[in-house]
Design a protein around this ligand. Sequence first.
Ligand SMILES: [Fe+2]
Ligand SMILES: [Fe+2]
Ligand SMILES: [Fe+2]
Length: 421
Amino acid sequence: MDFIHSKNIFLLTRDTLKLMDSRPMKHGSRVAYLLYKMLQTQGGYEDFEMAEFCMLATLHDIGAYPIADLSKPLTFETRTTLPHSIYGYLFLKYLSPFADRAKILLNHHVTFMELAERGEKEYAEVTNFLSLAECVDVYRESLGERFNVQSFRPFEGKRFSKQALDVLDKAMVREPILEKLDSEEHEQELSKLMDNLMFTNEEKKSLMETIMYCLDFRSYMKVQDTAVCISICSQLADLLHLDGRTQEVLYYGALVHDIGMLGIPKEIIESSRKLTDEEMELMRGHVELEQKILENRLDPVSTQIALRHHERCNGSGYPLGLTGGEMNTPQKILQLADAVTGMINDRPHRPGMPPEKVRQILEKEQAEKAYDPEVIKAFFSQFDLILLQAMTQGKESLRTNASVISRYQKLEKMMQEQKKK
Ligand SMILES: [Fe+2]
Ligand SMILES: [Fe+2]
Ligand SMILES: [Fe+2]
């Protein structure tokens, strides 16, 4: 898959989450940098391995997005540490290609002693390093000048491993790593390391889907919307005999077409009343938001497909008001697919529309030449089948997502009970 380089997938994931709240990702970058320096000092790690561990370290608090109050990092990082650790673990285990390393996230707040008692050997060294790096950044951020890394020494062999504390000391002698956290230097060094990321095509596809699943952190509707939309796109692409390569660029364009929604307040996305003009303008801004993070990362053809999903062939769309002659077939397919998705899926103020109502609205819009005539003709030729298949696939994606949430609730309960014993 040459649609995106491995490093750009990392940047895209990080920046998509930053749209929602940049704080956990900035903290993640600092922790990843400290981990990088510790792994480098320890030795024995290939560059690509360090890069992958640092990608995980950047995302180590991903589980905080859906369930924690992000304005209170001290609460979820030092007191109620379990929920976001569990959620992040399940999210990566079931919705990413990092299933085998997801436990690092589950254990990032577990003490060295507890981990050793449990006999957890897999990735124990990285987990112990990450756990120390995490504490260094959290306490350094909250204590400022009063922070002294030596204050962790008394916890050697209990909260932290001796090895992790020794390696951090050594890394700090080699270079001023804590000072670098205060400038952009750590970001630059981390960025260079990330040049070594090397994902297989299958991993890349899976990671792009992970980005799509992040939409659920903002609104429960958006993952299902995207899945339904992708299904309509692929069925239309088949009917219009698009070649394999074009079908693939359309798939990736459709996959990320609404990721900018992560930057829109939940109250607006899920509003059950009519939006004011101002709110509507804000909502429309999701296209500009995703433009900033997609451009120069994802393949330009897929990027344009995504960025033009609200354009209409008669020039009535946004953000550019383009007309049919300025757009290509896959762009026009996504426009129709996205519009239909908005009609058939439930909205906070109404249930999904029945097929007949969808047909009526589309016919009315087509009287004003909103869509490409070939695309809409193909759609009407298999109307019922396309809708049925799209709804089935949408529900499937919802089930996958919901299974992470229900597993989370079960696991959290189990672990809370275990802690009480
Ligand atoms: Fe955490
Ligand atoms: Fe953290
Ligand atoms: Fe959109």
